[in-house]
Unconditional design. Structure first.
Length: 156
């Protein structure tokens, strides 16, 4: 039995598009003319492609539109709360189908050292116990000495 070819996971299926489309902002055609807006379904496909693959905006295929256009739609929709509304609707639907135990909640977090160390609140430092140039910096090469080296012999 031949397998049916599935659309990639970043393509919005027709059934989902019918439910997502009403949550997207409405755009009227500009009276000043200019380039027409992209098809919103293509824009959503492009945004989902970037979010799903983790690629940079500029690496998104041109079939979705230009990288700057995709990114500006993403920024605008984020400011307007489009993705929050999509998330809320998905939670409501999941709650109706499977049920969510709203009494139990979890928070994911991580404890890491502050990048700049923050302000000291005691006399002892928690910094590393090393002297200058004992460890390589994270970028893999040593910094040059503060003073340039002299070439040739020193003069007395």
């Amino acid at each position: 039995m031949p397998r049916r070819k599935q659309a990639p996971s970043w393509r919005v299926p027709n059934a989902l598009w019918e439910r997502v489309e009403p949550l997207l902002p409405r755009y009227e055609q500009s009276q000043a003319g200019g380039r027409p807006r992209l098809e919103l379904r293509r824009v959503l496909d492009g945004i989902l492609y970037v979010l799903r693959t983790g690629c940079q905006w500029k690496a998104a295929p041109r079939e979705f539109g230009s990288a700057s256009t995709l990114h500006s739609y993403f920024q605008e929709w984020t400011e307007k709360g489009v993705f929050f509304r999509l998330w809320k609707e998905a939670l409501r639907e999941y709650d109706a189908l499977e049920g969510i135990d709203w009494g139990w909640q979890s928070l994911d977090g991580a404890m890491t050292k502050a990048p700049l160390g923050g302000e000291k609140n005691r006399p002892e430092s928690d910094g590393p116990r090393q002297m200058r140039h004992e460890a390589f910096p994270s970028y893999g090469w040593r910094r040059r000495a503060a003073r340039p080296r002299r070439r040739g012999r020193q003069r007395a």
